[in-house]
Ligand binder design. Structure first.
Ligand code: SF4
Ligand code: SF4
Length: 93
């Protein structure tokens, strides 16, 4: 017989999956060929790094494990390209 509700483990995982982190979408100015590092400069925990690319400015990447969900990067993004959303990795690591 199955247990009547979610296990404690499932509840814990659910909590982690809803931990807010910065999520960057395609409105990032770098996708339009414009160099910008405002989010990285604003992040107090250095959770955003910039991955070099050929043919486009470096791509901003969020290290979800280091992101506290403070929202400072959201406020400074000139492209309105960052929102707080659920961590893809479940917050593990
Ligand atoms: S601040 Fe916004 S536009 Fe600038 S690199 Fe970060 S996500 Fe892209
Ligand atoms: S939400 Fe805060 S901690 Fe996370 S990437 Fe943005 S500025 Fe850094």
């Amino acid at each position: 017989m199955e247990s009547p509700g979610p296990s404690r483990r499932a509840l814990f995982r659910g909590q982690l999956l809803t931990r807010p982190v910065a999520v960057i979408n395609d409105d990032c100015l770098a996708e339009a060929g414009i160099v910008c590092r405002s989010c990285g400069d604003a992040c107090g925990t250095s959770a955003i790094h910039f991955r070099p690319r050929i043919g486009l400015p470096p791509q901003a990447i969020v290290n979800e494990a280091a992101c506290t969900g403070c929202g400072d990067c959201v406020a400074v993004c000139p492209g309105d390209a960052i929102a707080l959303g659920a961590a893809r990795d479940g917050g593990a690591s």
